[in-house]
Design a protein around this ligand. Structure first.
Ligand SMILES: Nc1ncnc2c1ncn2[C@@H]1O[C@H](COP(=O)(O)OP(=O)(O)OP(=O)(O)O)[C@@H](O)[C@H]1O
Length: 301
């Protein structure tokens, strides 16, 4: 049900914090029914971007709108739900009271049922927030962000600390919200999560958007292919081969970024007759992320 209506717009936005420029000439938009993943290494400026959209920080240049309204205005606040890192209610209150307050703040005191169900907090409603575990508090933050049915949702590393069940529930919930026309901006360091949830990704590095594209297309920006296999060959040996641009070992698998897949495959099969679990594919979000950041660093140097 996506339309072209932009719920969030950043035009040439810069921001300074502590005497340092942390965002520079940022252009971003997120439409109704769209999920935008804001990605980048630590300190890239993701949380600062959300702070600007919420009106908690002020831009030093540029313009930001929330469904046509200024960040921090009443209309903008009633539009937005935000799940922030470290967010918690100001005083000791129960989870139910927190949700009611959050919903009322958006001018929509009810219904809370969907928020409660999506965040899986039925059994936590009467608990005082200060007694919750880290993962439970994370689920309560999600419910508070969803209370009052926001039309623009910010999720800042929403699944950090969540167990697998809650994570899957959140992913399913994000899908439903998107179908209902909610615009969602999510930050995450989990690139599988970003790939699964987002329609588009914006990659931030040192305060600049260095790539913004459809999630399914971003891998095309990376030349070469990816080979994954189980092999007894050493990482350092493989890294020294011609046409191999990068090697990574994880979970017993070796992943190689290569320029010429056929040449490397022939050499791999000859060097290790016991090689198994072989896969060859185009670059995905993770390879694009690493490649684009590496390129940007080299250009800056
Ligand atoms: N309160 C602050 N005062 C001054 N500088 C700050 C403040 N908070 C963050 N910064 C700086 O702003 C830059 C961007 O930080 P930000 O928190 O937006 O990054 P991020 O992409 O969200 O990082 P992470 O992935 O680690 O959460 C960093 O250089 C950081 O050191």
């Amino acid at each position: 049900m996506a339309t072209c209506h932009s719920m969030l717009g950043f035009e040439d936005v810069s921001c300074r914090r502590g005497g340092k420029t942390v965002l520079q000439d940022v252009h971003l938009s997120c439409k109704r029914g769209e999920t935008l993943a804001l990605l980048g290494p630590n300190g890239a400026g993701k949380t600062s971007t959300i702070g600007l959209a919420l009106g908690l920080l002020r831009p030093s240049a540029g313009r930001i709108h929330i469904d046509g309204h200024a960040p921090g205005s009443l209309a903008a606040r009633q539009t937005i739900g935000a799940m922030l890192q470290g967010g918690r209610p100001a005083q000791a209150m129960t989870v139910r009271e927190w949700l009611m307050l959050a919903g009322a703040g958006r001018g929509q005191p009810s219904p809370l049922d969907e928020a409660i169900q999506m965040a899986d907090i039925e059994d936590l409603l009467e608990r005082q927030c200060e007694t919750l575990s880290g993962g439970q508090l994370q689920r309560a933050r999600l419910a508070a962000a969803l209370a009052g049915q926001p039309r623009l949702l910010f999720l800042d590393e929403p699944t950090a600390g969540m167990d697998i069940d809650s994570r899957h529930r959140l992913w399913a919930g994000v899908g439903r919200l998107r179908e209902n026309g909610c615009a969602i901006l999510i930050t995450t360091h989990d690139l599988d999560e970003a790939e699964q949830l987002s329609d588009r990704v914006a990659l931030l590095h040192e305060g600049r958007v260095i790539a913004c594209d459809h999630t399914a297309h971003i891998g095309r920006r990376v030349p070469g292919r990816v080979i994954r296999c189980r092999t007894r060959l050493e990482e350092a040996t493989l890294a020294a081969w011609p046409d191999v641009e990068g090697v990574r070992l994880s979970g017993g698998h070796t992943t190689l970024m290569v320029r010429d897949a056929e040449a490397v495959l022939r050499r791999l099969l000859a060097a290790d007759p016991e090689l198994s679990a072989l896969e060859v594919r185009n670059a995905g979000l993770e390879e694009a992320f690493l490649h684009l950041i590496h390129d940007h660093r080299e250009q800056a140097a």
